[in-house]
Design a protein around this ligand. Structure first.
Ligand SMILES: Nc1nc2c(ncn2[C@@H]2O[C@H](COP(=O)(O)OP(=O)(O)OP(=O)(O)O)[C@@H](O)[C@H]2O)c(=O)[nH]1
Ligand SMILES: [Mg+2]
Length: 372
């Protein structure tokens, strides 16, 4: 994407300059009147400031045979048009609304992140999102969206940004309960909070939704791990089966046939090792009756989270659970992972108290946490 800011005496003059510098296919994203001082500041003059882009994304989409690539035409503008930002162009906005994965980071790196070309309000937003941990591609997607909507005032930005960010996240299903399958399995790295979260989920399901629940654990590496889950099971008056193998697991399934939901705890392992993933799939049959959650700590680094998700490419992950959000102020890393993987976020946990410290989290909730 090539971007230019042109300041000219009139919109006509600006249009000519845009055509000269960016060509016929340039797209005006924003225009406004600005006051410039001339003659050592003695004389004020009204001028037009126009931001225009030549977006290769448009070209690519056109070349890929995607039907109808709308553009905002560069036309001589009427006087009253100059004073207002470019009006909302739903078609053009749609054309620009590319999936994050289709944006090539290098394309944006060349722009030096549009320094000096964007209104201060947008530069401030860009910095805020950067501080939260959103990468160049996602932030550019936001800036493009805001410019196309002509959102440069604080209130407009807030409203539009909330919408833009939320649309980048995978849509959530209807309002049915998040816990819907018979078997619920949580896996993830050591100490992420799997056992504590399983206890929270099981307690809520049993108490609030009045369901008959049971537990299975495949974490047979530490006596303490079994004891930990046993304590929660006893408190909830729910049975627990320990499974060392697929045979044990099948037997436990028969034992718990009459139960509504069976919560399966797994061992926290270093999932960098392929063998541990195999261990998981050896014991648990990942079929349709199983709803699976990858549990990661919100305090983990982006690169580690990303590596973790990639590690599980052969294990179906239905949704994420991020724990320990009470221990961090930056939710952008979580946003980045969810937007990039297009795997939905089911729950956030925000403390050690069982069962209260857990929140169901919609895409809008996550957006608001990033923007707060
Ligand atoms: N601050 C905070 N601590 C949490 C949260 N969830 C879990 N913890 C704590 O994190 C520690 C590890 O929790 P566990 O539930 O044992 O973690 P795990 O993933 O089962 O650990 P392993 O089975 O050893 O892999 C405990 O001290 C929990 O109390 C949370 O949301 N916030
Ligand atoms: Mg555990």
């Amino acid at each position: 994407m090539k971007m230019k800011k042109i300041i000219a005496n009139s919109m006509q003059e600006a249009t000519i300059q845009i055509k000269q510098q960016l060509g016929q296919d340039a797209v005006i994203l924003n225009s406004k009147t600005v006051v410039k001082r001339k003659l050592f500041g003695l004389k004020k003059q009204q001028m037009v400031e126009v931001i225009a882009v030549l977006d290769q994304d448009f070209e690519e989409r056109a070349n890929q045979g995607l039907k109808h690539v709308p553009r905002v035409p560069v036309l001589p503008q009427k006087k009253e048009y100059v004073d207002k930002p470019v009006k909302e162009q739903p078609d053009a906005a749609q054309a620009i609304n590319l999936a994050p994965s289709s944006i090539k980071p290098t394309e944006y790196a060349r722009n030096e992140r549009h320094v000096g070309m964007l209104p201060d309000s947008l530069m401030a937003i860009d910095q805020k999102l950067k501080d939260q941990g959103l990468d160049d591609a996602l932030r550019d997607q936001c800036l493009k969206g805001l410019l196309i909507k002509g959102a440069v005032q604080e209130e407009q930005i807030e409203k539009e940004l909330e919408k833009l960010l939320t649309e980048m996240l995978p849509a959530q299903g209807s309002n049915e309960s998040v816990i819907r399958s018979k078997y619920i399995v949580l896996f993830g790295s050591t100490g992420a909070g799997k056992t504590t979260t399983i206890a929270k989920l099981a307690a809520k399901t049993a108490i609030q939704h009045d369901k008959k629940i049971a537990f299975i654990t495949t974490d047979t590496y530490r006596i303490a791990a079994i004891e930990q889950l046993k304590t929660y099971a006893e408190l909830l008056k729910a049975p627990l089966e320990v499974c060392y193998s697929r045979e044990d697991f099948v037997k436990a399934q028969q034992t718990f046939e009459e139960y509504d939901h069976i919560f399966i705890d797994t061992a926290g392992r270093n999932f960098k090792e392929e063998a541990y993933i195999r261990e998981l799939t050896d014991i648990i049959p990942f079929d349709e009756s199983i709803q699976s959650f990858l549990v990661m700590s919100a305090t983990s680094k982006y690169q580690d989270m990303k590596a973790m998700v990639n590690r599980f490419e052969h294990v179906p992950i239905d949704q994420f659970i991020f724990t320990k959000v009470d221990e961090t102020d930056t939710m952008g890393t979580i946003f980045q992972i969810v937007a990039e993987s297009q795997i939905g976020l089911a729950f956030l946990t925000n403390g050690q108290n069982v069962p209260e410290d857990i929140l169901e989290s919609s895409p809008l909730d996550l957006t608001r946490m990033v923007l707060k």
